[in-house]
Design a protein around this ligand. Structure first.
Ligand code: ADP
Ligand code: ADP
Length: 233
């Protein structure tokens, strides 16, 4: 069975007399180890779908089965645990704690997982080394470049060995050169067997993925393997 199985999923918002169908009917299966780019115009439902995939939001229709478990049947505690241990989030705006060091930012998911301090620090150090920031452990976000901040966020996303990395416009605030570096890092993570789902507006960035899903008006418009991948990798 696939790692992610979404069947006829809908999400509507009711605002007064208005009903907005952010997702109309989405069916999507993603296997362990896939690298998927999610594209589509603004308002097409990408963020809504990512929020559902990340168990931050629940569908108003259809079913989401993650790792063989129906998400709709999970308790709030189980959902919190899945979000912390099974899913690594990377955002356009990095979402780091501004007053905390790189080390403490990376170690945060381990605090929620109940890991003791010495092990947290050890693992966070290794995670920072793995993204090339072993020498930035004591720096705070405002002492780092945009690319370095995103590396810290990637290290944090990976710290609990999640099943899935959800990256929402991870290069949206980075210049071209830094974007390419972050994509190389995501490719390296993918090559180690991680599953990555990436939202991007940029065709160049999407070309790093092995499968491209395009959305429009709350529906999947098309879903194809990336034919160009062999040319760049
Ligand atoms: P995007 O993913 O399109 O770059 P955001 O993730 O910042 O943008 O916002 C998600 C979308 O949800 C936006 O299109 C925004 O207009 C919409 N949105 C978020 N909250 C609300 C709300 N409370 N009411 C209406 N629309 C909202
Ligand atoms: P995308 O990420 O592709 O830009 P979104 O998933 O953010 O698209 O939005 C899809 C549609 O759902 C948009 O019409 C948006 O305004 C609407 N929407 C998203 N979030 C909310 C919300 N919290 N309340 C009301 N409408 C929302």
């Amino acid at each position: 069975q696939p790692l992610i199985s979404i069947t006829d999923v809908g999400r509507k918002y009711v605002i007064g007399a208005e009903v907005i169908h952010a997702l109309k009917s989405v069916t999507l299966h993603i296997e362990k180890g896939e690298f998927v780019a999610l594209m589509g115009p603004s308002g097409s439902g990408k963020s809504t779908l990512m929020n559902i995939l990340g168990c931050l939001d629940t569908p108003t229709k259809g079913e989401y089965v993650l790792n063989g478990i129906r998400v709709s049947e999970m308790s709030d505690n189980e959902l919190a645990e899945v979000r912390n241990k099974e899913i690594g989030f990377v955002f356009q705006t990095f979402n780091l704690l501004p007053r905390s060091t790189s080390l403490d930012n990376v170690a945060l998911p381990l605090v929620y997982a109940g890991i003791r301090r010495s092990e947290r620090e050890e693992r966070a150090k290794v995670a920072l080394e793995n993204v090339g920031l072993g020498n930035r452990a004591e720096h705070k976000p405002n002492e780092l470049s945009g690319g370095q901040r995103q590396r810290v966020a990637v290290a944090r996303a990976l710290i609990n060995n999640p099943s899935i990395i959800l990256a929402d416009e991870p290069t949206g605030n980075l210049d071209t050169k830094t974007s390419v570096e972050i994509m190389a890092l995501l490719e390296e993570i993918h090559s180690k067997g991680n599953t990555i789902i990436l939202v991007t507006h940029e065709e160049d960035i999407a070309q790093h993925a092995h499968r491209i899903v395009r959305m429009r008006d709350g529906l999947i418009e098309n879903d194809y393997p990336n034919e160009h991948i062999k040319l760049i990798s």
